[in-house]
Design a protein around this ligand. Structure first.
Ligand code: CAA
Length: 285
């Protein structure tokens, strides 16, 4: 059984990875953030610094806490070095099963035997990913939500072979970083993505068939159902390429209701990926 988690490696410095690195550092953990290139790491660090600055400006953390959290994060391109001495690994690399399997095979080899291995996958099989690690009992889904520093939920996914003690360690980790956990069974789309994506995909179909404008579809859910942002704005925040990848997977696993709309495919082909590319259902400055 893992003791208290003090050192963490986060694999992937993208939106989710750098958010996870930030919340771990804010909770006092030492963090290695690993990605393939120094450029991607630098962008991740900029994202963390911006977010920490916002929190400090608003008085949610002190300037000393901001600086201490930043100082706890180190970056590297070396996977072996990043995971060598940690108690927890959080994988937040792209949603491609081949990449996840390769990564978890490497973690099985290089991470300490006591370390919990977490995957931030939003819909892929945790059981399948865990199988590559050599010890699937220590693998759990740790599904975070964007923007990670603000969203309260941590969805913990129990794979078929996940040990109880790994789930308990994940719960304790959630508490330490100030998140509220739910524990769900490994099933395509878990509890969150399955419901979130179905709303998003219906909104795109409504736009395709001219039911209303993007603005009015979003306003319907914001003002009529009190969602903090409508489903099309949320798609832009998450990234339309990410949405499409989840839909393709859920379509294969769960059937017709998740078939990706032609409009979404076209937008991704055109490079309209949402906020990160400057345009999605909306334009960003
Ligand atoms: N770090 C620190 N502060 C941040 C921040 C960040 N990364 N992002 C936003 N903020 C701050 C803003 O500065 C702002 O502060 P003030 O109110 O003091 O000005 C505050 O948060 C609110 O932001 P905004 O005014 O810009 O907008 P908002 O009130 O709509 O809140 C939001 C933004 C928190 C994102 C809110 O709209 C929201 O909760 N949206 C839904 C998000 C959601 O559903 N996420 C899940 C996506 S699915 C996913 O991630 C999983 C998956 O598998 C794909």
């Amino acid at each position: 059984m893992a003791g208290k988690i003090q050192k963490v490696a986060v694999l992937g410095a993208g939106t989710m990875g750098h958010g996870v690195a930030q919340v771990c550092a804010m909770a006092g953990m030492g963090v290695w953030m690993r990605d393939l290139t120094d450029d991607v790491l630098a962008r991740g660090v900029t994202g963390i610094e911006r977010s920490l600055a916002k929190l400090a400006e608003k008085g949610k953390i002190t300037d000393a806490e901001r600086d201490a959290a930043r100082a706890r994060i180190q970056t590297t391109t070396d996977l072996k070095g990043a995971v060598a001495e940690v108690d927890l690994v959080v994988e937040a690399i792209p949603e491609k099963m081949e990449l996840k399997l390769e990564t978890f095979a490497a973690l099985g080899e290089h991470a300490p035997k006591h370390a919990i291995l977490g995957t931030n996958t939003s819909s892929l099989s945790v059981t399948e990913i865990a199988g590559a690690s050599g010890d699937p009992g220590r693998v759990v889904g740790l599904h975070f939500f964007n923007p990670v520093p603000l969203m309260k939920l941590l969805e913990i996914v129990r794979g078929l072979s996940t040990r109880d003690e790994s789930v308990e360690a994940a719960r304790a980790f959630a508490e330490t970083i100030g998140k509220e956990p739910i524990v769900v069974k490994d099933f395509p789309g878990f509890a969150t993505s399955r419901l979130g994506v179905i709303l998003g995909v219906e909104a795109i179909r409504m736009l395709e068939s001219g039911v209303a404008s993007a603005e009015d579809i979003d306003k319907a859910m914001e003002l009529g159902y009190r969602h903090p942002m409508g489903p099309l704005k949320l798609g832009d925040l998450v990234g339309l390429d990410v949405r499409l990848a989840i839909l393709e997977h859920l379509h294969k696993e769960l059937g017709e209701q998740f078939r990706p709309p032609a409009l979404l495919r076209q937008m991704v082909r055109a490079g309209k990926l949402g906020r990160k590319s400057g345009e999605g259902f909306y334009k960003y400055g």
